[in-house]
Design a protein around this ligand. Structure first.
Ligand SMILES: NC(=O)C1=CN([C@@H]2O[C@H](COP(=O)(O)OP(=O)(O)OC[C@H]3O[C@@H](n4cnc5c(N)ncnc54)[C@H](OP(=O)(O)O)[C@@H]3O)[C@@H](O)[C@H]2O)C=CC1
Ligand SMILES: O=C(O)CCCC(=O)O
Length: 484
């Protein structure tokens, strides 16, 4: 990797303000060609435990700084991320695979979370409440929960970190992160910049590790951790949440999705196709909010499919660093096999391919951008999170049927509705059992909006002023003896 600032290429865990030499390492590979990018120090449980200790030791002093002081450091961190965004984008593309343009967009989101919470961290207000008697006063204050431990996924190696760490640090919590083993380099580069920004030792720690289960057990069961935050699959999130019960930890979970994308007969079809492309094919479909099922009203199904197919066929597949590439590789061979199996099962069950439908001629983990028609809501491809560049089209007749089919899943993260009738839009938006509804819009993520799901898609919200609440405890002060 040819970085302008080579110091960003860190390969050791960052604990208590120091880069720690490890006895063992694990390889980070470039999904575009399978080549090794780096060997990264493999943090074991004792090292992760020492990171929790460091975070616990750093907590009182960090908590007791003024919000303005903490936020100034976060602003500095943000400035450094902006200054080094080209290098950081290259690191994302190299370890994760997405096209450079998308890596830059992820970076813009990543620093926007830091900037936004550097501002909002100054607004942790309390409250006074009228008391039932004249002899007392009720006051509510909000305080940082303490040490936060987080596990993040590989699909957004930078922004999934800053949207947890920035609010936590802004309100006075300290933070220990274990990034996905496929993408630790972005996390370590962010740690380098946090260090350069002057964020004190122990406040932000990163422990890359190949031992996901052992570190997960430590983070969820350690009494030192006050709050556990996870982004990843529902299956793993469910297991980790159960472990948190042993210490009754506060938990935030951003889990899997099965986003419905509803296209009604009054929709602006060009807008719907543009939204479908942005939602489905970004990050090669490896996004928890990407459209997973397209429900298209019968009278517009052919027009929508034809226009979508024209756009999909124009997508350029290739390594994320190559000019003009729209779709990079999938993260791993297993991911490619899973996506291909879902497509094959659908075809065997009666769906038809409009385009794509197999591993790409480039080989490796590249997959053809695909559209399937004649899918039904009970096929495995509609029941499971696809996490690949495949659009299954399901036809519907009535509004009620569309909402019923859309809600027929245990997931409830993002959903999308394209229509023009305002009554219909309102009814559908209210009826969708999802944490987020894109209405004639498919780009939902930004720092000022509350991102999160209902049902088995998770607990809590990230981004927006609600994102601060995840890291704050409410304390009620009852002042008695107030009578003269
Ligand atoms: N909501 C979302 O944003 C995401 C959803 N997914 C969904 O999950 C599917 C599988 O992807 P995958 O990356 O395997 O997602 P996982 O849920 O398995 O992984 C997410 C994170 O959790 C870690 N992890 C995995 N298993 C455990 C465990 N038992 N204890 C503690 N930590 C664990 C992973 O580490 P490591 O990477 O080292 O295994 C990674 O850091 C995808 O196809 C997609 O459907 C995946 C990623 C993000
Ligand atoms: O897939 C996710 O887990 C989050 C999506 C982030 C984004 O939309 O930028």
């Amino acid at each position: 990797m040819n970085l302008q600032f080579p110091e960003l290429m860190r390969t050791q865990p960052y604990v208590d303000g120091r880069w720690v030499q490890c006895g063992r390492s694990f390889a980070v590979n470039n999904p575009a060609d399978g080549g090794k990018v780096a060997d990264v120090g493999d943090a074991d449980v004792p090292l992760a435990e020492s990171a929790l200790e460091a975070a616990a030791a750093a907590f009182p002093a960090w908590r007791d700084r003024t919000a303005a002081e903490r936020c100034r450091l976060l602003h500095r961190w943000c400035e450094l991320i902006v200054e080094h965004q080209e290098d950081l984008a290259l690191i994302i593309t190299t370890e994760q695979g997405k096209p450079l343009a998308e890596a830059r967009a992820e970076l813009a989101n990543a620093w926007a979370f830091v900037e936004w919470f550097a501002e909002e961290g100054k607004r942790v207000y309390g409250e006074t409440i009228p008391a039932p008697g004249t002899d007392r006063r009720i006051v509510v204050i909000r305080q940082p929960v303490g040490v936060v431990a987080a596990l993040t996924p590989w699909n957004f190696p930078s922004s999934m970190i800053t949207r947890k760490a920035a609010p936590a640090l802004a309100v006075g919590c300290t933070f220990v992160l274990r990034p996905a083993s496929a993408t630790p380099l972005s996390a370590l580069a962010l740690a380098k910049l946090a260090d350069m920004a002057g964020i004190p030792a122990g406040v932000f720690n990163v422990v890359p590790s190949s031992a996901s289960q052992a570190i997960g057990r430590l983070f969820t069961e350690s009494p030192r951790v006050a709050k556990f935050s996870f982004t990843g699959s529902t299956a793993v999130g469910r297991e980790l949440m159960a472990r948190c019960a042993s210490t009754v930890k506060r938990v935030s979970l951003e889990l899997g999705g099965n986003a419905p994308f509803l296209v009604f007969d009054d929709a602006d079809l060009d807008a719907a196709v543009a939204g479908a492309m942005a939602s489905k094919y970004r990050n090669a479909g490896q996004t928890c909010i990407c459209a997973n099922r397209f429900f298209v009203q019968r009278s517009v199904q052919d027009a929508f499919a034809d226009r979508l197919a024209a756009a999909v066929k124009a997508l350029k597949v290739g390594p994320g660093t190559a000019a003009g590439v729209d779709i990079g590789p999938l993260i791993s061979t297993e991911a490619l096999q899973d996506v291909d199996a879902l497509v094959r099962q659908s075809v065997a069950a009666g769906a038809t391919l409009v385009c794509g439908g197999r591993p790409h001629a480039l080989g490796g983990t590249f997959y053809e951008p695909t559209i399937l028609k004649g899918v039904s809501n009970d096929m495995p491809i509609a029941v499971n999170e696809i996490f690949g560049p495949v659009s299954p089209l399901i036809v519907f007749d009535t509004e009620a049927e569309a909402v019923q089919l859309a809600n027929d899943t245990p997931y409830g993260l993002a959903s999308y509705c394209y229509a023009r009738d305002i009554g219909r839009i309102w009814r559908v938006a209210e009826g969708l059992e999802y944490g987020m509804v894109g209405i004639n819009e498919a780009v939902l993520t930004n720092a000022s909006a509350p991102f999160g799901g209902v049902k088995q898609s998770g607990l809590g919200r990230e981004g927006s002023r609600y994102g601060l609440d995840e890291y704050l405890e409410i304390k009620y002060l009852c002042l008695g003896g107030m009578q003269q």
